[in-house]
Write a protein that binds this ligand. Structure first.
Ligand code: 3PG
Ligand code: MG
Length: 398
């Protein structure tokens, strides 16, 4: 796989795929900028080498439409602050204006393209879309480890048309996580939470093979318990996911699902909030955090771990009423000085930062789903394409 040192960037237009998908507040403020910060070294390197840097990223899930609140403006501001440079942002990620702009760029200048996912072609890995983006540059660099598990146009499409390599962050993530994958310390405890069940259900199966204990919380746990008929009163997960849930053997002694939760009205309305066994949640209620019994069980397992991999909050930690599970689990991980501790993912990092535990971890990965898949031994499409360096000709002509 090519890395930055293998290229001569002088006076070259470089398309740099970053993962600027940071958590945002309702008012569009960046809640945690770790992913942005981690990309700065690559950008600085390229600038120093005399490149013209064209940055691109997705933000959130606009599903192929323009969503005003998901423009990359807050990212542009943050980057200018960290780089102490002025950065132009385009209103789209391709088109005439963008092309003109890229043609006028000078060495050391930076252009930020608009949210890639405003075009549905990004997630569809549309070939023409990839070609159009490739046309903007001479070299493609991927520094978006967090998106390498997605076979999207900006990840796997563009490197077919341009010389391609990995940025410093991607290189670092691969190095560190490969070490972990090759030499896991045992007991290895994986903690998986969050909401993205469709992405993580596969890793749950895989971690049941490789880990000694798998602790599951958050909305993912709710979905599994719902599929198993334990948590009722909500629509069943879609068929494909339900089939996978069906296959999870709840009697497997490695798997630990919440036995109790913090239960509130679904609309989180007014003062109604209680602790209870998961099975007692009624139709109008939702489970928003793991309960005290679950915390106790999870802590005991974490205490004895030698390696801990964590992705995904265990509850709706953004709301103080439902942060206890995530906070106590984070605290317990931090207290285990014997274990090698890895945490990753946008929201999980936000939680760890909020609790002031950032430096207690041995590796903070910018990847959430990507980190889990990598550690489960999956081949990530974004990394594979760089390894096989798909490019074999000249860039598509205008
Ligand atoms: C992430 O947040 O895990 C990455 O940015 C990928 O985002 P996605 O899960 O929306 O594809
Ligand atoms: Mg998403």
């Amino acid at each position: 796989m090519k890395t930055l040192k293998d290229f001569n960037f002088k006076n070259k237009k470089v398309l740099l795929r970053c993962d600027f998908n940071v958590p945002l507040s309702k008012d569009g403020l960046i809640l945690d900028d770790f992913r942005i910060k981690q990309t700065i070294p690559t950008i600085e390197y390229l600038i120093k080498q005399g490149a013209k840097v064209i940055l691109m990223s997705h933000l959130g899930d606009p599903n192929g439409k323009i969503v005003e609140g998901l423009r990359l403006t807050p990212i542009q501001e943050k980057l200018m602050e960290y780089l102490d440079l002025s950065i132009v942002k385009a209103n789209d990620c391709l088109g005439k204006d963008v092309e003109e702009w890229t043609n006028q760029m000078k060495e050391g200048e930076i252009l930020l393209l608009e949210n890639l996912r405003f075009h549905k072609e990004e997630e569809e890995n549309d070939e023409n879309f990839a070609k159009e983006l490739a046309k903007l540059a001479d070299i493609y660099i991927n520094d978006a480890f967090g998106v390498c598990h997605r076979a999207h146009a900006s990840i796997v499409g563009i490197p077919k048309y341009l010389p391609a390599g990995a940025g410093l962050l991607l290189e670092k993530e691969i190095k560190t996580l490969t070490n972990v994958l090759e030499k896991p310390w045992r007991p290895l405890v994986a903690i998986i939470g969050g909401v993205k069940i469709s992405t993580k259900i596969k890793t749950i199966e895989q971690f049941l093979e490789i880990a000694d204990h798998l602790l599951i919380g958050g909305e993912i746990a709710n979905t599994i318990l719902n599929g198993k008929g334990i948590l009722i009163g909500r629509p069943l997960p879609e068929k494909e996911i339900l089939e996978k849930i069906d296959k999870i053997d709840l009697t497997n002694s490695k798997i630990h699902l919440p036995v109790d939760g913090i239960i509130a009205l679904k609309d989180k309305g007014e003062d109604f909030i209680r602790e209870g066994a998961i099975g007692t949640a009624k139709k109008e209620e939702g489970v928003f955090d793991i309960g005290p019994e679950t915390i106790k069980i999870f802590k005991k397992i974490i205490e004895e771990a030698k390696m801990i991999v964590w992705n995904g909050p265990l509850g709706f930690f953004e709301d103080k009423k439902f942060e206890k599970g995530t906070r106590e689990i984070a605290d317990e991980i931090a207290r285990n000085h014997n274990a090698f501790k890895i945490v990753g993912g946008g929201e999980t990092i936000e939680a760890v930062a909020k609790f002031g535990l950032f430096d207690k971890f041995d590796h903070v990965s910018t990847g959430g789903g990507a980190m889990l898949e990598f550690l489960a031994g999956e081949k990530l499409p974004g990394i594979e394409v760089l390894r096989s360096a798909g490019y074999s000709g000249s860039p598509p002509s205008a």
